[in-house]
Design a protein around this ligand. Structure first.
Ligand code: IPM
Ligand code: MG
Length: 361
């Protein structure tokens, strides 16, 4: 198959981790007879420096024209003082909205090889950690009106708004995702305080009638934050709004060992998806070749699986990551625990994982 992939390297460690994912994609293309063509697009701080805009229309257009988009990370202290609507992160929000990718899928699954890197007690980890957070990505407080006003004392507000149809389309993704797994859906909100959450809950319950095979539960977001560390084995699929999903997915990643391991997919009405690790640009370690590229490599695998219908190729990448870990290789963030572990730099990790794919028949 021929596929055109828009590549946004971004800032900080973004270019390093994306390079490793491309190494892996190139080996896959060779092995399975595909052609992947890469089109670079600028977004984030580097786009502010180049064009004075974190996502110029020309760059968004490249992404819209592609079959899918692979993204590293954006942001850094260099752009901390630019106004809110021109921050690097605004580029990220604009590409998500511009591509219409309302459904963000963030798996929290522990690799058995990394069990000792989890901060949870072994008896909790042994019960299993394998759930998915389905996060609404282009609505809610991230996209409501933001303003600061007042002559003397300043006052700020950020508006959180959800319509029934926005809740319904992400709710359906939650139910469909659960249907393909262990058939348990937990809807997370703050309906004891927020109107948006009460609407959320009522729409999700209305939908439940169409999915009688899925067991639905409700959980308040503060309780969910607690349950994720107390007993993560209870979760299969969590569906939640944008900001709650942002916060809970960082927490969920940490219990699996490292945020550096977690990929994500974002999809909307078409197969053109946005694939990115859930971590940020880590400016403090940029340029040192010590970042963990696995979250990005696994994001590339998700792209193959969900946008290109190449599940065998995706399985191959995931197996290669498993083999890399089983042989004891570790980037710095997952080094803790266990005897005889071998340190691997970012570029070495990419080379070793690519070599596993070549060797794997
Ligand atoms: C994420 C990030 C982004 C978000 C930031 C960088 C805007 O934290 O993808 O989780 O809040 O969505
Ligand atoms: Mg986040």
């Amino acid at each position: 198959m021929n596929k055109n992939i828009a590549v946004i390297r971004g800032d900080g460690i973004g270019p390093e981790i994306v390079n490793e994912a491309i190494k892996v994609l190139d080996v896959i293309a060779q092995k399975y007879g595909h052609t992947f063509k890469y089109t670079d697009a600028d977004m984030g701080g580097c786009a502010i420096d180049k064009y004075g805009d974190p996502l110029p229309q020309s760059e968004l257009d490249k992404c819209l024209a592609a079959d899918s988009v692979l993204l590293g990370a954006v942001g850094g202290p260099k752009w901390d003082s630019v106004p809110g609507n021109m921050r690097p992160e605004k580029g990220l929000l604009r590409i998500r909205a511009g591509m219409g990718v309302y459904s963000n899928n963030r798996p929290a699954k522990i690799w058995p090889q990394l069990a000792s890197a989890s901060p949870l007690k072994p008896e909790i980890v042994e019960k299993g950690i394998d759930f998915i957070i389905v996060r609404e990505l282009i609505g809610g407080i991230y996209f409501g009106e933001h303003r600061t006003f007042g002559d003397g004392e300043k006052v700020s507000e950020d508006v959180m708004r959800y319509s029934e149809s926005e809740i319904e389309r992400i709710g359906r993704i939650g139910f469909e995702t659960a249907r393909k797994r262990r058939k348990k859906l937990c809807s997370v909100e703050k309906s004891n305080v927020l109107d948006t959450s009460r609407l959320w809950k009522s729409v999700i319950h209305r939908l439940a009638g169409e999915y009688p095979d899925v067991e639905l539960s409700d959980m308040l977001v503060d309780n969910c934050a607690m349950q994720i560390v107390k007993d993560p084995s209870q979760f299969d699929v969590i569906v939640t709004e944008n900001m709650f999903g942002d916060i809970l997915s960082d927490e969920a990643s940490m219990i699996t060992g490292s945020i550096g391991m977690i990929p994500s997919s974002s999809l909307g009405a078409t197969s053109n998806g946005l694939y990115e690790p859930i971590h940020g640009s880590a400016p403090d370690i940029a340029g040192q070749d010590i970042a963990n590229p696995i979250g990005t490599i696994l994001s590339a695998a998700m792209m193959l699986r969900y946008s290109f219908d190449m599940s065998q190729e995706a399985d191959d990448i995931e197996a290669a990551v498993g083999a890399f870990l089983s042989k004891g290789y570790r980037t710095r963030d997952i080094m803790s625990g266990g005897e005889g572990l071998k340190p691997a730099k970012c570029s070495e990790a990419g080379n070793l994982i690519a070599a596993e794919i070549k060797a794997n028949k």
